[in-house]
Design a protein around this ligand. Structure first.
Ligand code: ANZ
Ligand code: ZN
Length: 870
């Protein structure tokens, strides 16, 4: 070969790695004694959309570097790949193009597998899985039934977003401005009976264990923390009064409205009670009060998402009912139905204290309710007191002293809370309570392309589990996507069956699981992908936890939390014994690209434009182009680059190298043509180094007569090994790339004809191949063979450095005088302390500070620092 022919090289080595099964993980129970420590590296598996994008390229390159590096270091590495294959896009394809979701998915998987394989990723393909196969999902049906037995799954009525035109439930993300994303119809809220997993059972545990996840990004830990959202406060009962002006009051008098609050200290400032529109009391009132019913319908259009509720104008409906204040004798508060109170948080009812809560203040202002401050700010000027302190349009939420609060006056917020607990407890109207923001996980979806929920509904026996010998419940193949609604429900025969308990005609459950169900345990399936129970406890115990998990930060909450729940729940029902699934987590940044628009504002692909001096023009007709911001690659703005095109043009190694060189993995990076060109040039350069026939043959030893420049190169190699090892361990791949550049420069600038040059360069190029192998494995393997090896570099140990050789003979160390750095001096490494002291004192800077006097003391920390006490 006369030049670096990436496509040929890459295909050759991909085939070779596969033939030699270089990346097959050893089973823990294999007969050969296996002393290797295990290392499980996992990238979040892709949804088989049909084509890989640059985000995938980045994600899988990062994982592959770790996998190849750890393998070279002597670990038994598990590095699997599979497909998160259930989900809505397949159903959309079915509706739009009449192709069966299963067929569409299988075709996409095949196409994407080929693309991934062209990247040279070191996966153990024997463990590949696709979650849409009965072979996979049958295990979740069994898991679910075990959860049901253990009380970890249950059925409950719950509110959903309902699209009245499509006749289907919508996920929160499918509700756009209160309308169905596809039909555009105003969304309604409906009460449906759905299955839930009891994640809240572990709320405290999931929260506390975050502290132990010390190899997770702080940002993700915080997000998990907030999502679980532990709130400590009180539950207070407000009793409905018998109000003579109110005709329906009698029906309600004496009944209590339970309220959850984190601020019982503000109880004296309460001016109203607000309940959610779907609170049982509100629903009861709506049955005979048209105004309440209309208001509930209006609220229903808001959708169920917290974000929608947060941003909406505060609106309410006065029920005309009153409750007695639990602490102030004779005082009453009006009861409103309000759009900002959520039914599924706390108790679905609040007491409003407008002075100290912004939402309550907005509400009180809109409806003319009193605003009584009960906390005087800590930093209030002396001239302001309980009598004169007022709140106008901003609630005060900070610390301070209680005012206008009877015997609690003068207490601070914390003491006020304690006083409230005591008063409420002795009156029997309240007690301390902890609430979590985390809710149980609703897993029912009214969709076809998901795992069927293995339940049969019988009029006499209720919800009956499908008996084990009838599992898996498989999806019917012949489904009709032309009718609106859930195809499983529309199927003429599939749903009809007999009750396993009494034998009477019964109906199958027609919902399928949320697709997060599949991704909550796939990492366990990889441990033992053929096992009849999903996975064996032994295999899971051996491989788990995942040592390094890598993926997008968009999964920082739900997927990770559900997986953390699943390992706990599966442990509880006997599958394994493990709490945390992912010991290390790396969340990669986005791949960004400049955006381009034509004169009409239409987005243009980067391949449609070219440079024209300082400007950009269209390739087709030289029309002027506006170059816009650098943004996350997205189809809508067309600022995407097709990985297949890059790999086809430059080769996978170039794509991988550029992905790694630009920025640290957790940061966003910009994809640029010049960056790709640079990576490509570098690879051509190192290929030529290996092709150079002036280097020494294998096993050549450095001659004693070697020139010092040749010896320096050897030293540089040892240093580079140490540095790159550390860089890869620390996920600083961009720094590793910079080190490789330095090394290759050192090699190419060493004069070829000096003594030891040929030997030093052979040593350096061999190590260069080994060090770059995790990053750009194909060219590394090629160089290895060009250098005369017939072993596989993929099976070769990571190079080790001799720290003595790597160490510099001289060190630069700082000299402090009375704690301040005054000078930097160069000393021979490990020189005697007396010499170090003498040289320090002799330096100009130090002698200037000593002014001829001798120092009180000199402390030498060898090779690090010298402290002079004057
Ligand atoms: C009275 C009060 C006075 C409140 C005050 C706050 C400030 P976190 O911290 O998020 O738990 N709340 C309770 N349940 C609610 C629901 N279902 N929908 C909307 N809001 C609800 O917030 C707890 C506070 O949020 C509670 O404390 C309650 O308002 C409100 F000066 O009670 B507070
Ligand atoms: Zn029955």
């Amino acid at each position: 070969m006369t030049h670096y022919d990436a496509p040929a090289i890459e295909k050759k080595w991909q085939r070779c790695w596969q033939d030699k099964e270089c990346f097959t993980a050893d089973q823990p129970d294999s007969s050969a004694p296996n002393h290797k420590p295990k290392y499980y590296v996992l990238e979040m598996f892709p949804y088989p959309s049909g084509r890989i994008h640059m985000g995938h390229v980045r994600n899988y390159t990062l994982g592959d570097v770790v996998a190849r590096f750890r393998r070279a270091q002597g670990f038994n590495v598990l590095h699997p790949m599979g497909w998160d294959a259930f989900g809505l896009p397949a159903e959309n394809a079915a509706m739009e193009r009449g192709i069966h979701p299963g067929k569409w998915t299988v075709e996409n998987i095949a196409a994407m597998r080929t693309q991934l394989q062209s990247m040279g990723l070191s996966y153990d393909w024997n463990r590949e899985l696709a979650t849409c196969t009965p072979d996979y999902y049958q295990h979740e049906q069994r898991m679910f039934l075990k959860f049901l037995d253990a009380g970890l799954a249950y059925r409950k009525e719950s509110w959903v977003n309902w699209d009245p035109v499509e006749n289907t439930v919508l996920a929160n993300e499918q509700v756009v401005d209160g309308r169905g994303w596809r039909s555009g119809a105003p969304v309604e809220r409906r009460l449906l009976s759905q299955w839930f997993l009891r994640i809240t059972k572990y709320a405290d545990h999931l929260l506390a264990a975050i502290d132990g996840l010390d190899r997770w990004p702080d940002r993700v830990r915080l997000m998990q923390h907030n999502w679980i959202g532990k709130s400590e406060g009180a539950r207070i009962s407000f009793h409905i009064t018998d109000n003579p002006d109110q005709t329906d009051a009698d029906t309600y008098a004496g009944r209590a409205i339970e309220v959850f609050t984190t601020r019982p200290d503000t109880l004296y400032g309460a001016s109203f009670i607000a309940i959610a529109a779907n609170h049982p009391l509100a629903r009861e009132i709506a049955t005979h009060d048209k105004g309440a019913a209309d208001f509930a319908a209006e609220c229903a259009q808001l959708g169920t998402s917290e974000a929608a509720v947060e941003t909406a104008d505060k609106k309410g409906y006065d029920t005309g009912l009153f409750v007695a204040h639990p602490v102030i004798d004779g005082a009453t508060l009006p009861v409103h139905i309000a759009n900002f109170v959520l039914m599924d948080y706390g108790t679905g009812a609040i007491f409003g204290c407008p002075a100290h809560d912004q939402r309550d203040l907005d509400f009180a202002t809109a409806y003319g309710l009193p605003v009584l401050p009960v906390i005087l700010p800590e930093d209030a000027p002396d001239t302001v007191d309980a009598g004169s302190f007022t709140i106008t349009d901003t609630a005060y939420t900070g610390p301070g002293k209680l005012i206008n609060s009877g015997e609690w006056d003068g207490l601070d917020v914390e003491a006020g809370k304690q006083a409230a607990f005591t008063t409420l407890a002795s009156a029997g109207t309240g007690q301390a309570e902890t609430t979590f923001r985390l809710r149980d996980w609703g897993v029912s979806r009214q969709r076809y392309w998901g795992c069927p929920i293995p339940i049969i509904h019988c009029d006499s026996c209720g919800a009956v589990p499908v008996p084990d010998d009838q599992l898996p419940v498989q999806l019917p193949e012949d489904v009709d996507f032309t009718q609106p609604g859930n195809p499983l429900a529309n199927h003429p025969s599939w749903k009809h069956t007999n009750c396993p308990t009494c034998g009477k005609a019964a109906m199958r459950e027609q919902d399928t699981f949320d697709t997060f169900f599949e991704s909550s345990w796939y990492f366990l399936r990889y441990c033992d992908p053929k096992h009849k129970n999903g996975f064996s406890a032994e295999a899971a115990q051996y491989w788990m936890p995942v040592d390094q998990y890598i993926g997008g930060v968009e999964h920082a909450v739900l997927h990770l939390l559900y997986s953390r729940f699943f390992t706990r729940a599966l442990s509880e029902v006997g599958y394994l014994d493990l709490a945390e699934p992912f010991a290390g987590l790396m969340t990669q940044g986005m791949v960004c690209h400049q955006t381009f628009q034509d004169k009409d504002g239409k987005w243009l692909f980067p391949t449609d434009v070219e440079r024209d001096g300082d400007n950009w023009v269209t390739r087709s007709d030289n029309a002027s182009v506006t170059a816009g911001r650098i943004e996350k690659m997205s189809k809508s703005k067309r600022n995407v680059v097709d990985p297949e095109l890059i790999i086809g043009t430059y080769g996978a190694d170039t794509a991988r190298l550029f992905m790694l060189s630009d920025s640290p993995p957790e940061r966003d990076m910009e994809w640029t043509e010049s960056g790709v060109e640079g990576a490509s040039r570098f690879l051509k350069k190192i290929w030529r180094l290996a092709a150079d026939d002036t280097i020494a043959p294998p096993d050549a030893v450095m001659p004693d007569t070697a020139d010092s420049a040749a010896q320096d190169l050897v030293k540089t190699v040892h240093k580079t090994i140490l540095a790159i090892t550390k860089d890869i361990e620390d996920f600083r791949f961009n720094r590793a790339v910079a080190q490789l550049h330095t090394l290759s420069n050192a090699i190419s600038t060493l004069a070829p004809d000096i003594a030891g040059s040929a030997e030093a360069r052979r040593f350096a190029i061999e190590n260069l191949a080994m060090l770059i192998a995790p990053l750009t494995p194909h060219i590394a393997e090629e160089m290895w063979h060009m250098l005369g090896h017939d072993t596989m570099l993929a099976n070769t140990d990571w190079p080790t450095a001799d720290p003595a050789v790597a160490a510099d003979d001289e060190v630069e160390i700082g000299v402090q005088v009375n704690g301040k750095l005054r000078a930097t001096i160069t000393l021979p490494r490990d020189c005697p302390n007396e010499d170090a002291e003498a040289k320090a004192l002799a330096s100009d800077a130090v002698s200037r500070y000593l002014e001829g006097k001798s120092p009180k003391r000199v402390i030498v920390v060898p090779n690090r620092i010298i402290n002079v006490v004057a």
